[in-house]
Design a protein around this ligand. Structure first.
Ligand SMILES: Cc1cc2nc3c(=O)[nH]c(=O)nc-3n(C[C@H](O)[C@H](O)[C@H](O)COP(=O)(O)OP(=O)(O)OC[C@H]3O[C@@H](n4cnc5c(N)ncnc54)[C@H](O)[C@@H]3O)c2cc1C
Length: 448
């Protein structure tokens, strides 16, 4: 049997970042990746005119310093997302153009949203991102769902509806599915609500030339034949002498292992001896959200001529979040949008043609008749992916942080945990994935 220092399970950003650090420190490493490609939740797609589009994670922005530095180090480039002009808000059948943080909502609702966001930000400052369960008032914050908190803290229906659309846009899950503590943790982990939501100055500020999957591909090129594709890990056995990782096609012995897969999938691996019950519970209690992502290609970015930046938020429609995703040179128009949370769950039962009709008719409503003639519509349903099983990432429901949080990234003897969901900074994002891989690598390196 082969023997190496470290086996990394999962060739997404977290696993590859861990492997890269370990190799740089002189360790003998193998990465076992289940798919026939690296990159996991980042994935390249292409429209019928040859323009590359991102089918998974795509934007990077300020304070995501680690992934931004990595992109540069790997010789890749970023370009700004298109953000010139007005955005659109649809509510109760009315479309409103706006260029303000009030989202074009009526003054009273806008003031209420500002009050609620302020309260959330204030509470988020009290959260410990390193150990949310130690936050003052952790029990109280974790006892409530985000939806429960909204219900208790505002009687403004429109403000509640706004957040009930915004939350799936951030988590691909619904407000009742999230612990309020988890929501506050996520705000602080991603700097602030404003940073999470904004294009310019926020998490949607920039894109990677050619697509974000290139970050993983570049790391895999560096790692060479240390990366093995189509190697589905099934069992991890450990004892005092070391670890044996069994995968479809073989087994490898090692000193330590990094498991860098989404939590629910980590729970589908067999561990011998079994994981401590709290660590296993984490794999059961951190489900991913639901999202189907669409890239819709047009001959030209016609909305720009009208002075629109392509951003839409609709409180009325299933396809309710849209942004301009045209190539940097504007040689064609691309709109990216999502079916998220319950809308994604319902839409999986439609045929691809019916989903296309749903998406295109929403775009016609938002942008007018020219939107009826896309030259291509591509979609990616992340829940149907065997080695992802939902996106954008894992979330914690009420009571989970305070009961099981400590087990999320604490090593279990020779097993170390990575993945975007284990990061304290930019949890759930590409930046967080890279940080988590580096953290797992440094845990191993401190053991010598
Ligand atoms: C539609 C969508 C939009 C997003 N938008 C953004 C965005 O704009 N900005 C942003 O920063 N983030 C975004 N994200 C989130 C971001 O893509 C993820 O946080 C990040 O890519 C996760 O990386 P990871 O390495 O932790 O996990 P993954 O990418 O899930 O990697 C895990 C790897 O493990 C492999 N694997 C699973 N099981 C096994 C097994 N048993 N054996 C071997 N290998 C296994 C998988 O195939 C996969 O390659 C988005 C995600 C999606 C899906």
């Amino acid at each position: 049997m082969n023997r190496v220092d470290v086996v990394v399970v999962g060739g997404g950003l977290a696993g590859l970042a861990a492997a890269r650090e370990l190799v740089a420190a002189g360790k003998d490493v193998v990465v076992l990746e289940a798919r026939n490609r690296v990159g996991g939740r980042t994935m390249g797609g292409v429209l019928s005119n040859g323009v590359p589009v991102e089918m998974g994670g795509q934007w990077v922005g300020p304070t995501q310093d680690v992934v931004l530095e990595l992109i540069e180090e790997l010789g890749l480039e970023t370009f700004p997302s298109y953000d010139d002009g007005d955005a659109l808000m649809f509510v109760d059948g009315q479309g409103v153009r706006h260029a303000s943080p009030t989202f074009g909502l009526p003054e009273r609702t806008a003031a209420e949203l500002a009050r609620l966001s302020g309260l959330m930000e204030e509470l988020a400052t009290t959260v410990s991102v390193e150990s949310p369960w130690t936050t003052k008032e952790a029990e109280e914050l974790d006892r409530q769902t985000l939806d429960g908190w909204l219900t208790s803290n505002t009687d403004n229906d429109l403000a509640r509806r706004f957040f009930r659309v915004l939350v799936p846009a951030l988590f691909s899950a619904e407000a009742p599915e999230l612990s309020f503590l988890h929501f506050l943790f996520y705000l602080k982990s991603g700097t602030s609500l404003e940073t999470l939501l904004n294009t310019t100055g926020g998490a949607q500020e920039s894109r990677v030339v050619g697509g974000t999957h290139r970050i993983s591909e570049q790391m895999a090129v560096e790692l060479g034949d240390r990366v093995r594709l189509e190697a589905v890990v099934r069992t991890i056995r450990q004892d005092v002498d070391g670890v044996t990782v069994e995968f479809e096609g073989g087994e490898i012995a090692c000193e330590r292992v990094v498991v860098a897969v989404p939590q629910t999938l980590a729970g589908r691996i067999r561990y011998v001896p079994p994981l401590p019950s709290a660590r296993d519970a984490v794999t059961q209690q951190m489900p991913a959200g639901s999202v189907i992502k669409f890239q819709v290609g047009y001959a030209r970015p016609f909305w720009r001529i009208e002075g629109l930046n392509g951003s839409v938020l609709s409180l009325d429609d299933a396809f309710n979040v849209v942004l301009d995703n045209s190539p940097e040179d504007g040689s064609c128009g691309v709109l990216v949008g999502f079916l998220e949370g319950r809308h994604a769950r319902v839409s999986v039962d439609l045929s691809p043609e019916e989903r296309r009709e749903l998406v295109v008719s929403a775009l016609v409503k938002f942008f007018g008749p020219e939107a009826a003639q896309p030259f291509d519509v591509v979609e990616q349903d992340w829940n149907n992916e065997e080695f992802t099983r939902g996106c954008y990432g894992g979330r914690l429901g009420a009571g989970v942080w305070t009961q099981y949080g400590e087990a999320l990234s604490a090593p279990v003897d020779r097993i170390h945990w990575a993945g975007a969901e284990t990061s304290t900074i930019w949890n759930g994002y590409m930046d967080g994935a890279v940080r988590s891989g580096r953290r797992a690598a440094s845990e191993i390196l401190t053991h010598g």
